[in-house]
Design a protein around this ligand. Structure first.
Ligand code: SAM
Length: 199
């Protein structure tokens, strides 16, 4: 196990055995840009390109566990960035599952695509993900890794009947909102993300 995963377990952030394994299979140093390689294990967000970030490891751990991803699920991520979150999701859904991840900035799309080239169950898509990916809906899980102004209705519509959406909502500081297709909502604390660009 790499030292970042071990730290997150020791800190008590990573608890779920399947998620711990998924983190250990996808060490963060494979997803951090070359100029920040020395800092890959630090529990802080790091810059990627064009003012964007690879999220804080504690946040990725928290969100991944909150999403309750099972083997064989179809998952949509909005905000591919470095591809690290998508790689972790790829391990969790396994061979029978599928992960779609959308990125709007071409340079980051290329970066994520390269970092995820060995993941057969991941498709990286260039474009605006703020309205989801209707042509591949419904999804078992949707995770948004950028800050939305409000819970995007289009994403709720693209959930399966048993589906769950996880999205940070707010300007400046965000509340993490867990939304069940069936109507229930939970608020899971405060985080800070780069904005979801809604075109
Ligand atoms: N999940 C990423 C990872 O594992 O590295 C980190 C995501 S970063 C915090 C947020 C990303 O969302 C940025 O790369 C940004 O370009 C992207 N983004 C923002 N608005 C978007 C949109 N409407 N559609 C797709 N991607 C978007």
């Amino acid at each position: 196990m790499d030292k970042l995963t071990a730290y997150l377990v020791k800190k008590g952030v990573l608890k779920d055995e399947r998620v711990i394994r998924a983190f250990a299979e996808n060490p963060r140093y494979k997803f951090v840009p070359e100029r920040y390689k020395d800092y890959w294990y630090v529990d802080e967000p790091l810059p990627t390109f064009e003012g964007q970030t690879i999220s804080q490891p504690s946040t990725v751990a928290f969100m991944t566990q909150a999403l309750e991803v099972g083997e064989g699920m179809k998952v949509l991520e909005v905000g591919a960035g470095s591809g690290w979150q998508a790689a972790i999701l790829s391990s969790l859904v396994g061979k029978g599952g599928k992960v779609y991840t959308i990125e709007r900035i071409p340079k980051l799309y290329e970066f994520a695509k390269r970092n995820l080239r060995d993941k057969k169950n991941v498709e990286v898509i260039l474009g605006d993900g703020s309205k989801g990916l209707p042509r591949k809906a419904p999804f078992d899980r949707i995770i948004v890794t950028a800050a939305a102004k409000e819970v995007p209705k289009a994403l709720i519509e693209q959930l399966d009947e048993e589906g769950i959406l996880l999205v940070p909502v707010g300007v400046g500081v965000q509340r993490m909102v867990k939304v069940w297709k069936k109507g229930r909502r939970e608020y899971l604390g405060e985080f800070v993300f780069v904005p979801l660009v809604e075109e």
